[in-house]
Design a protein around this ligand. Structure first.
Ligand SMILES: NC(=O)c1ccc[n+]([C@@H]2O[C@H](COP(=O)([O-])OP(=O)(O)OC[C@H]3O[C@@H](n4cnc5c(N)ncnc54)[C@H](O)[C@@H]3O)[C@@H](O)[C@H]2O)c1
Length: 363
């Protein structure tokens, strides 16, 4: 087989690397998108000092899981008040980065509903204007800093939209593990499991290849070893750095394959049962591993590099790993009965991400 790997993001990694922002944004005017705790943590002041007069607009009330209910006002306020800025800088978790991805895509009218209608149509489009995006993640999880996708939620209508344009690839990603030191234990675990899910989903994926596998296998090995240690030692610089790198590698892996069945299931679990994203896309991993096994020799070989040759042992290891982090692994644990669970899995197989799953062809 021949393989192709493409990721256009200028990616910088390292403790303290946020300071590079000053050089990267020279001669630009910038808007900052960040999470509500950032000011109390001194991060907004630090960014103001780094950027000086270049910083012309700040959005700091981004809530978890960007929802159309909040995005509409944020989007329209941004284009009215900061529509002439050059660059948007997202400093936060996936919610801040995905919010910024939605903001940079300018519609003709400056109205958010115009963007929503384009997303709802599901058809490709080229926006009339788009700003540059710099992404600095403060959680080790989503990989959104090295992917072009943004998930936009509409919880009132129980829907989600996926934004994906050529211009929604960040121009620059700055992965500074120091920014992650303040992430609480629960969020550290759920975001770390999101990264584990990205890496596994990129392996049991019809778009996988040896290059994406290289990132994925390395990410999985790091996460299985590091996440339980980090949970007990949240102040460890070494473990924060290793998890930040693992989440980046997982992001690199699925930036070329997209996600698959576990994510397709997760959207229903988040919309209908309110599960946080990282838990929703990881509690089914042992189940999905079982559904993936035996469909494709090359995929099996990659999975066996991590888990060995015995499926039952592999599933048990993954289950015990999740239990050790206090994550329950059965649908029933989340109030979903067996027949609803089966329906949900079948429905998820037919979703856009579910169709990437190697087992979907046989289902
Ligand atoms: N675009 C992609 O490729 C992609 C991939 C996976 C997930 N996502 C999306 O990302 C979102 C979830 O992102 P997330 O898991 O990073 O969580 P998040 O951004 O929602 O953050 C979780 C919580 O932690 C807080 N927080 C973030 N950084 C912190 C820090 N350094 N210190 C203290 N608190 C901090 C936030 O304010 C929030 O309350 C979801 O909307 C999901 O759909 C996108």
């Amino acid at each position: 087989m021949t393989a192709r790997y493409h990721n256009p993001v200028d990616t910088r990694f390292g403790w303290g690397s946020l300071d590079q922002l000053a050089d990267i944004t020279e001669q630009q005017t910038v808007a900052l998108v960040t999470f509500p705790e950032a000011r109390g943590l001194g991060l907004v002041d630090r960014l103001q000092a780094l950027l000086g007069e270049r910083l012309v607009y700040v959005i700091e009330d981004v809530q978890p899981n960007p929802d159309v209910a909040q995005l509409r006002a944020t989007y329209e306020g941004f284009w009215q008040q900061a529509g002439s800025c050059d660059t948007v800088i997202a400093v936060g978790g996936g919610s801040a980065i995905d919010t910024a991805k939605a903001l940079i895509v300018g519609t003709e009218s400056g109205r958010f509903d115009e963007l929503l209608a384009l997303l709802a149509s599901g058809k490709p489009f080229v926006p009339p204007r788009c700003k540059q995006l710099i992404a600095a993640p403060t959680t080790a999880g989503t990989g959104s800093e090295v992917t072009p996708w943004a998930t936009i939620w509409d919880s009132a209508s129980q829907k989600k939209y996926s934004l994906h344009l050529e211009c929604t690839w960040p121009t620059v990603a700055i992965i500074d593990p120091q920014l992650m030191l303040t992430v609480p234990g629960g969020v550290t675990v759920s975001t770390g499991l999101d990264a584990l899910s990205h890496a596994l989903e990129s392996i049991w994926n019809i778009n996988a290849n040896p290059l994406s596998d290289t990132f994925a296998v390395s990410a999985i090995e790091d996460i299985l070893e590091c996440l339980p240690l980090l949970r007990r030692d949240l102040a460890s610089q070494e473990l924060r750095s290793r998890m930040a790198l693992a989440a980046l590698k997982a992001g690199m892996a699925f930036s070329n394959t997209k996600t698959a069945l576990a994510h397709s299931i997760s959207y229903e679990m988040t919309l209908r049962y309110g599960l946080p994203h990282g838990i929703a896309c990881s509690f089914t991993l042992p189940l999905v591993l079982g559904l993936a096994w035996g469909h494709d020799e090359a995929r099996d070989k990659t999975l066996q590099r991590v888990f060995g040759n015995d499926l039952q042992i592999a599933q048990t290891r993954l289950r015990e790993f999740l239990h050790s982090l206090d994550v329950k692994t059965e649908f029933a644990d989340y109030g979903v009965n067996a027949s609803d669970a089966q329906q949900m899995v079948e429905f998820a197989m037919q979703g856009a991400r579910g169709k990437n799953f190697i087992g979907s062809r046989a289902a």
